[in-house]
Write a protein of this length. Structure first.
Length: 114
């Protein structure tokens, strides 16, 4: 796990990955600043694109990401082949949806291709 990990692809595509899990799969978590999930998802999208370019030689097909306020979680996934971002339709709230959220997080961290 890398926290506040710097990444720079070019002058326009650079920044810090809040939490990056580089295990069997690649999983990125972005903290929603000022609890703005829409802006947080935009930030997640940009960082998934940067991560895709940074991991150019990695054969994994998808990169999963999440944006969270701590109490609310939303997920997105980058299809690296098609260069397409999929935004999850559901939000997960803590503590109400903690069981479903934990299943998603465990699957994201243990599966090679999400």
């Amino acid at each position: 796990m890398r926290i506040e990990y710097p990444i720079k692809i070019n002058d326009q595509l650079q920044g810090y990955l809040d939490y990056f899990f580089d295990s069997q799969s690649h999983f990125l978590i972005i903290e929603a600043k000022r609890e703005d999930l829409d802006f947080g998802f935009t930030q997640l999208t940009a960082q998934l694109i940067a991560l895709d370019q940074w991991l150019v030689d990695d054969p994994i097909d998808h990169i999963l990401g999440a944006v969270t306020t701590g109490k609310i979680w939303e997920f997105g996934r980058l299809n690296r082949k098609d260069k397409h971002i999929e935004q999850g339709l559901d939000s997960y709230r803590v503590p109400d949806d903690v069981e479903s959220l934990m299943r998603i997080l465990i699957q994201a961290l243990t599966n090679r291709d999400n």
